[in-house]
Ligand binder design. Structure first.
Ligand SMILES: Cc1ncc(COP(=O)(O)O)c(C=O)c1O
Length: 402
């Protein structure tokens, strides 16, 4: 038996064992105990747990950026767990290193960057990007400009790094105002400008070329938070939107949102080389880089890599196009409803506002839509994250309340 067959057989045995009932007990709640739990209770609880996640498979799951995970990615995740290598000792895992590099190269080509590393989530990626900006700081400024619609992880990162965050207003579409950004830079040169490709609430795309050009003019770092909207870069028909990405110092994207991967999976890409950390790390053969990850293996990239190689990138593009077309159909159908204002975006989030205000709380509690506050106003939002979500099913849900 090969090592992989051996491990998978062990996994199968574990599952088979669970299925063997150990005698019924009346109590199906399971606590951590000195003795093993009853197999029957455990199976019931695991079934309940997985049933809870069925929400992601529904054709009306449009509340958040959480994807239903494909079996292929799940196999990649299992392989990562079975491997469990630590890339702080890369010399021990040449194959894992090679896969990581190939995945990073593929992403770098798309996002016009030269290097990168995986992190567990978009919040870590934004923190790491601003840390990189601080380490490379040639401006002596500690100011970061981003829009009022930027994700709150930018504010967290600034707090952690002791940077001053200044929020720049947005236009009606939720995009940063280039004019206001330029004026702010003229008043005080920033350490960094963070532009968002796909804002969390409405999916808006900041004027990337303007932000990059302004950052270059003031010798500041430009970070693009493409955690959500980065998926568009994979489609050649959107190339014109991202022509200047090579001018950004760093870009982050979350495969666990934009590319339907299981958590954790986020990647920070950049144009520079990262130095080795300045600390005593004698227990490792190689000094780690001065970036955020500590112990890490393939968990952040093997699911993505495995899906890409086993399905091909064509499938990913088709799925994305399908989701974007459903978003367009949904926005169009909302447009036909009386008293409905629609905020469609190119990244697959559709905001809408119904007057007189309807109470659709039940739909929110069922994960059909979510609610966001924009300029003090409540707006509903549908996130076209999943390949199962259909515009027709969402409209049918809404009709019941109109
Ligand atoms: C634009 C944007 N950036 C960053 C994040 C943070 O990502 P994570 O929740 O993976 O930390 C989010 C999350 O929704 C986001 O929408």
């Amino acid at each position: 038996m090969t090592p992989s067959e051996h491990l998978l057989t062990e996994l199968q045995c574990l599952l088979d064992n669970l299925k063997q009932t150990g005698g019924l007990t009346n109590n199906s709640s399971i606590n951590i105990n000195e003795h093993p739990a009853n197999n029957n209770d455990l199976t019931i609880l695991l079934d309940q747990l997985l049933t809870e996640a069925n929400i992601h498979l529904s054709n009306t799951w449009a509340a958040h950026m959480t994807p239903a995970v494909s079996a292929t990615s799940l196999l990649g995740q299992t392989i990562a767990g079975l491997h469990n290598g630590n890339l702080l000792s890369p010399q021990l895992y040449p194959i894992l290193v090679q896969i990581e590099q190939k995945t990073i190269s593929w992403l770098c080509q798309i996002f016009k960057q030269t290097n990168g590393h995986f992190v567990p989530s978009g919040s870590y990626a934004n923190l790491d990007a601003l840390w990189q900006a601080k380490q490379a700081n040639s401006t002596h400024s500690n100011i970061v400009y981003t829009s009022t619609a930027a994700h709150y992880s930018i504010a967290k990162a600034c707090q952690i790094l002791d940077l001053e965050l200044i929020l720049i207003p947005c236009n009606e579409q939720g995009e940063i105002s280039s004019e206001a950004l330029l004026k702010a830079c003229e008043v005080t040169q920033p350490l960094a400008i963070v532009a968002t490709l796909g804002t969390t609430a409405l999916g808006a795309i900041d004027p990337l070329s303007d932000c990059i050009a302004i950052a270059q003019r003031f010798n500041s770092w430009c970070h693009i938070d493409a955690s959500w909207g980065g998926a568009l870069c994979i489609l050649p028909e959107y190339d014109h939107l991202f022509a200047d990405l090579a001018g950004a110092n760093s870009v982050c994207i979350d495969p666990h949102k934009a590319l339907s991967q299981p958590k954790p999976s986020s990647v920070l890409l950049y144009q520079h080389e990262i130095n080795k950390i300045d600390a005593n790390v004698s227990y490792l053969e190689e000094k780690p880089l001065a970036h955020l990850p500590g112990s890490h293996g393939g968990e952040n990239f093997l699911p993505l890599w495995f899906m890409l190689v086993s399905k091909g990138t064509k499938v990913l593009k088709e799925q994305l196009r399908y989701r974007l077309s459903q978003a367009q159909l949904f926005a169009h159908a909302l447009d036909q409803l009386e008293g409905c204002t629609v905020y469609p975006t190119r990244t697959g989030i559709v905001g809408f506002d119904i007057t007189p205000e309807k109470t659709i709380d039940t739909l929110i509690n069922r994960g059909v839509f979510s609610r966001v506050q924009i300029s003090g106003k409540t707006i509903y939002r549908a996130v076209f994250m999943n390949n199962h979500v259909s515009a027709e099913a969402l409209i049918a849900e809404l009709q019941a309340y109109l």
